[in-house]
Design a protein. Sequence first.
Length: 161
Amino acid sequence: MSLTLKGGLLIGVLCSVWMYVVGLTGWYLDPTLQAMFFLVILIEIAVLFWALRQLPDSQKTFAGILKAGTMMSLIAAVVIIVASYLFTTVAFPNYFEDIRALGEQQYRAQGMKEEEIASVMASMASMQTPVMNALTGAIATVVTGFLASAVLGLILKKKTA
Protein backbone atom coordinates (compact mmCIF):
# COMPACT_ATOMS: atom_id res chain seq x y z
CA MET A 1 0.00 0.00 0.00
CA SER A 2 1.40 3.38 -0.97
CA LEU A 3 2.21 5.94 1.68
CA THR A 4 -0.36 8.32 0.17
CA LEU A 5 -3.13 5.73 0.34
CA LYS A 6 -2.09 4.63 3.82
CA GLY A 7 -2.00 8.22 5.12
CA GLY A 8 -5.33 9.10 3.52
CA LEU A 9 -7.08 6.04 4.85
CA LEU A 10 -5.61 6.59 8.30
CA ILE A 11 -6.83 10.20 8.39
CA GLY A 12 -10.28 9.18 7.17
CA VAL A 13 -10.65 6.28 9.59
CA LEU A 14 -9.31 8.11 12.65
CA CYS A 15 -11.44 11.21 12.00
CA SER A 16 -14.49 9.01 11.45
CA VAL A 17 -13.85 7.08 14.65
CA TRP A 18 -13.57 10.36 16.53
CA MET A 19 -16.85 11.56 14.99
CA TYR A 20 -18.56 8.42 16.31
CA VAL A 21 -16.94 8.88 19.74
CA VAL A 22 -18.43 12.37 19.90
CA GLY A 23 -21.79 10.91 18.89
CA LEU A 24 -21.76 7.93 21.21
CA THR A 25 -20.74 10.02 24.21
CA GLY A 26 -23.46 12.55 23.43
CA TRP A 27 -20.97 15.40 23.39
CA TYR A 28 -22.65 16.87 20.32
CA LEU A 29 -25.66 17.55 22.55
CA ASP A 30 -23.66 19.46 25.17
CA PRO A 31 -22.86 23.06 24.21
CA THR A 32 -19.70 23.00 26.33
CA LEU A 33 -18.41 19.79 24.71
CA GLN A 34 -19.50 20.25 21.09
CA ALA A 35 -16.11 21.71 20.22
CA MET A 36 -14.51 18.35 21.02
CA PHE A 37 -15.47 17.33 17.50
CA PHE A 38 -12.87 19.71 16.11
CA LEU A 39 -10.07 17.49 17.39
CA VAL A 40 -10.41 15.98 13.92
CA ILE A 41 -8.28 18.90 12.73
CA LEU A 42 -5.44 17.92 15.04
CA ILE A 43 -5.84 14.27 14.04
CA GLU A 44 -5.50 15.19 10.38
CA ILE A 45 -2.47 17.40 10.94
CA ALA A 46 -0.76 14.78 13.11
CA VAL A 47 -1.25 12.02 10.54
CA LEU A 48 -0.10 14.32 7.74
CA PHE A 49 3.03 15.19 9.70
CA TRP A 50 3.72 11.51 10.38
CA ALA A 51 3.15 10.46 6.77
CA LEU A 52 4.86 13.37 5.03
CA ARG A 53 8.00 12.87 7.11
CA GLN A 54 8.22 9.41 5.55
CA LEU A 55 8.26 10.64 1.96
CA PRO A 56 11.37 9.69 0.02
CA ASP A 57 13.92 12.49 -0.19
CA SER A 58 13.21 12.90 -3.91
CA GLN A 59 9.62 13.90 -3.05
CA LYS A 60 10.48 16.16 -0.13
CA THR A 61 10.22 19.33 -2.13
CA PHE A 62 7.58 21.87 -1.25
CA ALA A 63 5.51 20.83 -4.27
CA GLY A 64 5.98 17.12 -3.54
CA ILE A 65 4.88 17.51 0.06
CA LEU A 66 1.93 19.71 -0.91
CA LYS A 67 0.84 17.19 -3.56
CA ALA A 68 1.18 14.15 -1.29
CA GLY A 69 -0.62 15.80 1.64
CA THR A 70 -3.44 17.06 -0.53
CA MET A 71 -3.87 13.62 -2.11
CA MET A 72 -3.99 12.04 1.36
CA SER A 73 -6.70 14.54 2.32
CA LEU A 74 -8.70 13.75 -0.81
CA ILE A 75 -8.58 10.04 0.04
CA ALA A 76 -9.60 10.83 3.62
CA ALA A 77 -12.47 12.98 2.33
CA VAL A 78 -13.99 9.99 0.55
CA VAL A 79 -13.93 7.95 3.76
CA ILE A 80 -15.35 10.89 5.71
CA ILE A 81 -18.23 11.43 3.26
CA VAL A 82 -19.37 7.84 3.72
CA ALA A 83 -18.85 7.83 7.50
CA SER A 84 -20.61 11.16 7.97
CA TYR A 85 -23.57 10.16 5.82
CA LEU A 86 -23.97 6.93 7.79
CA PHE A 87 -23.56 8.87 11.04
CA THR A 88 -26.55 11.12 10.31
CA THR A 89 -28.76 8.57 8.55
CA VAL A 90 -28.11 5.26 10.34
CA ALA A 91 -26.24 5.72 13.63
CA PHE A 92 -27.89 8.99 14.70
CA PRO A 93 -30.97 9.51 12.49
CA ASN A 94 -32.27 12.25 14.82
CA TYR A 95 -28.98 14.15 14.76
CA PHE A 96 -30.28 17.23 12.94
CA GLU A 97 -33.49 17.41 14.97
CA ASP A 98 -31.40 17.21 18.15
CA ILE A 99 -29.04 19.95 16.91
CA ARG A 100 -31.95 22.18 15.89
CA ALA A 101 -33.64 21.74 19.28
CA LEU A 102 -30.39 22.55 21.07
CA GLY A 103 -29.87 25.62 18.90
CA GLU A 104 -33.37 26.90 19.57
CA GLN A 105 -32.84 26.38 23.29
CA GLN A 106 -29.57 28.30 23.23
CA TYR A 107 -31.07 31.18 21.25
CA ARG A 108 -33.96 31.44 23.71
CA ALA A 109 -31.49 31.49 26.61
CA GLN A 110 -29.71 34.39 24.86
CA GLY A 111 -33.00 36.29 24.80
CA MET A 112 -33.74 36.09 21.07
CA LYS A 113 -37.34 36.54 20.00
CA GLU A 114 -39.20 33.61 18.47
CA GLU A 115 -39.33 35.20 15.01
CA GLU A 116 -35.58 35.81 15.11
CA ILE A 117 -34.99 32.20 16.15
CA ALA A 118 -37.24 30.96 13.35
CA SER A 119 -35.35 33.09 10.84
CA VAL A 120 -31.94 31.83 11.99
CA MET A 121 -33.12 28.23 12.00
CA ALA A 122 -34.60 28.58 8.51
CA SER A 123 -31.33 30.02 7.19
CA MET A 124 -29.40 27.03 8.53
CA ALA A 125 -31.88 24.35 7.40
CA SER A 126 -30.43 23.86 3.92
CA MET A 127 -27.06 22.89 5.41
CA GLN A 128 -28.57 20.52 7.94
CA THR A 129 -29.01 17.50 5.69
CA PRO A 130 -26.95 14.30 5.58
CA VAL A 131 -25.55 15.07 2.12
CA MET A 132 -24.63 18.70 2.84
CA ASN A 133 -23.14 17.75 6.21
CA ALA A 134 -21.03 15.00 4.60
CA LEU A 135 -19.88 17.29 1.77
CA THR A 136 -18.98 20.04 4.22
CA GLY A 137 -16.87 17.60 6.22
CA ALA A 138 -15.14 16.39 3.07
CA ILE A 139 -14.42 19.90 1.83
CA ALA A 140 -13.10 20.93 5.25
CA THR A 141 -10.83 17.87 5.24
CA VAL A 142 -9.35 18.78 1.86
CA VAL A 143 -8.92 22.47 2.73
CA THR A 144 -7.32 21.62 6.08
CA GLY A 145 -5.08 19.07 4.39
CA PHE A 146 -3.98 21.50 1.71
CA LEU A 147 -3.20 24.28 4.20
CA ALA A 148 -1.49 21.94 6.66
CA SER A 149 0.55 20.39 3.85
CA ALA A 150 1.65 23.85 2.71
CA VAL A 151 2.90 24.66 6.20
CA LEU A 152 4.45 21.22 6.58
CA GLY A 153 6.04 21.65 3.16
CA LEU A 154 7.87 24.69 4.45
CA ILE A 155 8.97 22.78 7.54
CA LEU A 156 9.85 19.39 6.08
CA LYS A 157 11.30 20.17 2.67
CA LYS A 158 14.88 19.12 2.20
CA LYS A 159 17.32 21.96 2.08
CA THR A 160 18.96 22.41 -1.30
CA ALA A 161 22.28 24.17 -1.55
